[in-house]
Write a protein that binds this ligand. Structure first.
Ligand code: GUN
Ligand code: ZN
Length: 430
C-alpha cells in the first residue's frame, strides 16, 4: 500500500545540490521484498495528483530529510565519550582498551548495543559504519539488534593482534577465521553489511594485515574500515613499524586494503601523493571533526581533498568524538573548514555539510541511490525535523531568508531536540 507524507522536503540531486520544497510530498511503497522505498517525491502540487490512492499523513511546519549516515563510529565507546587524555595513544591505553575489554561478555555487548541504537535513532542517524571490538560477541550483539530494528547497518570484528593489552588483543589465525565466519553469517543478511576492520596498522602484524587483504579481495562487496594519519605520534609510530612503506597510508595499500568500499577515518597528516592514492583506489575518508578537535589530532584538509578529488563524508567517531548528533559534527566540520582556508568566503556551505552527512556519505560508502537521499528508489529511512524545537531555533529558522540560512540555523543551534521522529524503512511481515 502506498503511503504519503506531506511536509517541507529536503533532497539532493545527482551532484549533491539541495532540492527543497516548502510544501512537499514524499510517497513511499513497498518493493517486491516488502521494504518501503521512495516511489515519488517533489512539490505537493506536482506529486499529489499522481497518487490519489495514497493515504496521506500531514506534518505541518515540519521538514522531511534523509536519515543521517555516520561514516565512522565505535559502538563500544558509547560510555567513554568525553574521556580526557593527552592525545590519541594515551586515550586508547587508559580509557578505550579497558572499556572495550568488557565486550568479551555477550550480555554487556547486548546492553550497550541497545543504548547505542537508541541514541543513534534519537539523533536521526539511520546508517553507520561502525567499529565493534575484537570479540565476535560484540559483532553478534550489534547485528542482532540492528536486524530486529530493521536498520541498514555495517560493522565488523576489530583485528588487533599486537601492541594491544590482554583482554582486547586477538590471535592472528583465529581472528581471520572469526572474520570469515562472521562475513558468512551476517553480510547481506537483510540490510546488514560486514566491514573487515583492522584497528590501525600499528596494532596488527603483517600476517594479520595480509590476511585481512586476502579476505577483502575474496569478499569484494564487504567494506574495509580502519584509521589512518590521525595523530602525529601515531604517524611516527607507524613509520617506525613499517619503514619500507612510502607513507603510513601506503602500508594499507601494500596489503590490498585500499579499494572501493574501503573507508579510513581521519586522513589528516597526508601529502598529495596520499590523496592521489585515495583517488586512484576509490578509497574514502570518514572525516571526524569533533574527535579531531577533542583529541587535539589536527584538522582535515578539505581544500586538499577537493583539489585532488577523492571521496569523503562526515562521521562522529564517538567515543573520540564528543556527540552522536549530526548537527554537532556538521558544525565542527564548519570550524575545521576555516582552518587552512585559502579562498575568501564562508567555510563549507551548509547544504554541502548536510550532503556530506547524508547523500555524500552514502556515496562514499558505495550506497548512493540506496540510502542518504529521498529520491525515487531510495530506502525510506528519513527524519521528521521540527525547526521550532526550541525558542531560539523557532526565532532563528523563522528569520531565514533562504535554504542555506535555514540549514545553517539548524546546524549551529540544533541537537537531538530537532529530530521529532526517525522513520525506518520497514519490511512488511510475510
Ligand atoms: N586509532 C586506533 N584506534 C582508535 C580508536 O578507537 N579511536 C580513534 N579515534 N582512533 C583510533
Ligand atoms: Zn575511530
Amino acid at each position: 500500500m502506498k503511503r504519503a507524507y506531506r511536509a517541507a522536503l529536503l533532497r539532493f540531486d545527482d551532484h549533491g545540490r539541495p532540492l527543497y520544497e516548502e510544501d512537499g510530498l514524499l510517497v513511499v511503497a513497498p518493493d517486491d521484498q516488502g521494504r518501503q522505498r521512495v516511489l515519488d517525491a517533489g512539490s505537493h502540487a506536482a506529486v499529489a495528483p499522481r497518487h490519489p490512492d495514497a493515504a496521506v499523513t500531514h506534518w505541518p511546519g515540519r521538514i522531511l530529510a534523509p536519515g543521517f549516515v555516520d561514516m565512522h563510529i565505535h559502538f563500544p565507546q558509547t560510555d567513554i565519550v568525553g574521556a580526557p587524555a593527552d592525545g590519541l595513544l594515551p586515550w586508547l591505553e587508559n580509557y578505550t582498551f579497558p572499556a572495550e575489554s568488557r565486550f568479551a561478555d555477550p550480555a554487556h555487548s547486548r546492553e550497550v548495543a541497545e543504548v547505542f541504537f537508541d541514541e543513534l535513532l534519537r539523533n536521526g542517524v539511520t546508517t553507520s559504519l561502525t567499529f565493534a571490538t575484537s570479540h565476535p560477541a560484540s559483532v553478534d550483539a550489534f547485528f542482532e539488534s540492528a536486524q530486529r530494528r530493521q536498520l541498514r547497518m555495517i560493522t565488523g570484528k576489530v583485528l588487533q593482534d599486537r601492541h594491544s593489552p590482554d583482554g582486547v588483543r586477538d590471535d592472528t589465525e583465529q581472528s581471520l577465521v572469526d572474520t570469515e565466519a562472521l562475513i558468512r553469517k551476517w553480510h547481506k543478511v537483510d540490510r546488514l553489511g560486514y566491514a573487515i576492520t583492522p584497528r590501525f596498522a600499528p596494532t596488527s602484524t603483517d600476517a594479520q594485515l595480509r590476511g585481512a587483504g586476502e579476505l577483502a579481495a575474496r569478499y569484494a562487496d564487504t567494506w574495509v574500515h580502519s584509521h589512518v594519519a590521525e595523530n602525529k605520534d601515531e604517524v611516527k609510530w607507524a613509520r617506525e613499524l613499517f619503514p619500507q612503506a612510502r607513507s603510513y597510508l601506503e602500508v594499507y595499500n601494500g596489503f590490498g586494503l585500499m579499494r572501493e568500499r574501503a573507508v579510513y577515518a581521519h586522513c589528516i597528516h597526508f601529502d598529495d601523493a596520499d590523496r592521489q592514492l585515495m583517488r586512484a583506489t576509490r578509497t574514502a575518508t570518514a572525516v571526524s571533526p569533533t574527535s579531531n578537535l577533542f583529541l587535539g589530532s589536527g584538522f582535515f584538509d578539505f581544500e586538499g581533498a577537493d583539489r585532488i578529488g577523492y571521496a569523503y563524508g562526515l562521521a562522529s567517531d564517538v567515543g573520540g568524538g564528543t556527540s552522536f548528533s549530526p548537527f554537532a559534527t556538521m558544525l565542527a566540520a564548519y570550524y575545521v573548514g576555516r582552518e587552512g582556508q585559502t579562498k575568501p568566503g564562508i567555510s563549507i556551505a551548509p547544504s554541502e555539510l548536510w550532503w556530506r552527512h547524508t547523500g555524500g556519505a552514502a556515496e562514499a560508502l558505495g550506497l548512493a541511490g540506496t540510502i542518504g537521499n529521498l529520491q525515487p528508489g531510495c530506502e525510506a529511512d528519513f527524519v521528521v525535523i521540527n525547526p521550532q524545537a526550541t525558542p531560539l531555533l523557532a526565532r532563528k529558522t523563522g528569520l531565514a531568508q533562504n535554504l542555506e540560512e535555514l540549514l545553517f540555523a539548524m546546524i549551529v543551534l540544533g541537537d537531538d531536540r530537532l529530530i521529532e521522529r526517525t522513520v525506518i524503512s520497514q519490511a512488511l511481515p510475510g
